[in-house]
Ligand binder design. Structure first.
Ligand code: LRH
Length: 490
């Protein structure tokens, strides 16, 4: 048996600690602890409860020890862009604000009024999302920024709390939209623009860097495994998910399907030309010198909210089952419309959208779920066509990983509309990718190519082929619809 690895994987709606090890050439994964995550209003802002997250990590580690594991390696990944400000005394200056907070709603326009979008995209290759760290820092309290000794991305902050060592890991740092593609450093102009300095960001490091042991102080408070060594993995959850995607062949794309749907491919050279700019594709840094050329789609966030608003009376599997009794494509919805980013009520927002666009209003849980699933599939198919157009070749295979890979209905619709083979699984690709980087760093696996073969051999992956379904014309109809609705809002 290999060493024992722990993936701390914190998503927007839940966090978990997963144990990983390999036996007889296969990777084994076991969930030891899962907890709810989310943001709540604090002093007027939607904030993450970082103390709660830390507490749950320690609880999870106590469970690891109770299971008999005394010597473990640990890596942390979370969703991107959010950060913690730390003062000279090493203490947090305030709770981190969530990227869903509305404070940056108009910040792209404000910031780019005298620093062009072309400059920013040419420098960073990162998509314009109003919640990127760049815009969040732009809106940050200037007095607090002046008192800030360290700006730490959330996983780096957790690593810092655990070990006392501060670094800036590059896969996540690239989502700040402040790293220069060419120089591999924070861009001076962009730093100046938001009143921060190079020194406030600890040293940039690659995934696989050893951070060190969990500090003694935590042993006084918690019953932790005797040895916990922290490795800086691909700390952006999407970067870990891509590492954990068992893709083979040449013309493949991935869809990391969780709270967000991240659709794209892995490149060795960034693509920040005109077409990529026009379609707002991003070049987030991946592990091992790669780039995650992708687009953010609103994703399961929509259905997560619907589920909650139905008082959690239905599980995700039940919602998908109810949906499967409904006709797909009864409505066309731009699921990436900003209005779905943090509405007061998601169901009402979907219904209002359908009413405003003179379409059938979904009423029952099944109708609402089908409206969401079928439109997500349409959006995926649309983006695969865009991706193929930018790259100059047609995508043959789509690897869907993450929780969304369990939704058979959506996998089949996507295969059919996009005309691609869909390979669904593993659903825990993020935790797997987190563990893979640790394993490579520890010499348990040689490299990521081998790792992806091991993943494919270790977890069930289901294939969906396009088939002969009568939906091919839907994509063109949807593309026309998107064009028209976008023209209206411009
Ligand atoms: C997914 C994710 C995504 C980011 C968003 C903030 O969890 O990290 O890659 O764009 O959250």
């Amino acid at each position: 048996m290999s060493k024992t690895y722990v993936a701390v994987d914190i998503g927007a709606s839940s966090g978990r600690l997963m144990l990983g090890y390999s036996t007889e050439g296969k990777l084994q994964l076991k969930e030891v602890h899962r907890f709810k995550n989310g943001f709540a209003k604090k002093e007027g802002y939607d904030c993450w409860d970082i103390d709660h997250i830390l507490q749950e990590i320690f609880t999870g580690l106590e469970k690891v020890k109770k299971l008999g594991f005394q010597d473990v390696v640990l890596g942390i990944d979370t969703c991107a862009v959010d950060y913690v400000l730390v003062g000279k005394d090493g203490q947090r200056l305030k709770d981190p604000v969530s990227y869903r907070d509305a404070r940056t709603k108009d910040s792209i326009a404000k910031l780019t009024s005298d620093l062009s979008k072309d400059y920013i995209y040419e420098k960073t290759g990162i998509q314009f999302l109003d919640f990127n760290t760049l815009y969040q820092l732009f809106e940050e309290d200037k007095d607090l920024l002046a008192k800030t000794d360290k700006i730490l991305m959330i996983p780096d902050y957790i690593g810092y709390v655990l070990t006392g060592k501060a670094v800036t890991e590059v896969t996540n740092a690239s989502t700040t939209q402040m790293l220069s593609l060419r120089e591999g450093l924070f861009d001076q102009h962009l730093l100046d623009k938001v009143n921060v300095t190079h020194d406030q960001f600890p040293k940039l490091v690659d995934p696989g860097t050893n951070l060190g042991a969990v500090s003694d102080q935590w042993y006084e408070k918690y019953d932790l495994p005797r040895k916990v060594n922290v490795i800086t993995v691909a700390t952006h959850d999407t970067a870990s998910a891509v590492v954990g995607t068992p893709a083979t062949g040449q013309r493949w794309a991935y869809l990391s399907s969780g709270t967000w749907s991240l659709i794209g491919t892995e490149l060795n050279v960034p693509e920040n030309g005109e077409k990529a700019f026009k379609h707002n594709y991003t070049n987030e840094w991946g592990a091992y010198g790669t780039y995650r050329f992708l687009k953010n789609i609103m994703g399961l966030w929509i259905i997560q909210n619907v589920k909650e608003e139905l008082d959690d009376d239905y599980s995700f599997a039940e919602l998908a089952e109810l949906a499967s009794h409904e006709e797909p494509f009864q409505q066309l919805i731009d699921v990436n419309d900003d209005r779905f980013q943090n509405p007061a009520n998601m169901i009402q927002e979907i219904q209002a959208y359908c009413q405003e666009t003179n379409q059938e209003i979904p009423q029952t849980p099944g109708e609402i779920a089908m409206a969401v699933y079928s439109n997500l599939s349409l959006y995926y198919a649309n983006e695969l066509a865009v991706l193929g157009d930018i790259l100059g070749y047609k995508i043959d295979d789509l690897n869907i990983v993450g929780g969304g890979s369990n939704v058979a209905l959506m996998n089949q619709l996507t295969a059919t509309i996009a005309g691609v083979n869909v390979y669904a699984g593993p659903s825990e690709a993020t935790a797997i990718g987190n563990i893979i980087v640790q394993m490579i760093a520890q010499g348990d696996i040689l490299n990521v190519y081998l790792a992806r073969r091991i993943i494919a051999d270790s977890f069930p992956i289901k294939k969906y082929t396009p088939g002969q379904e009568p939906f091919a014309a839907k994509l063109t109809e949807y593309q026309d619809f998107l064009k028209k609705t976008k023209e209206k809002t411009v």
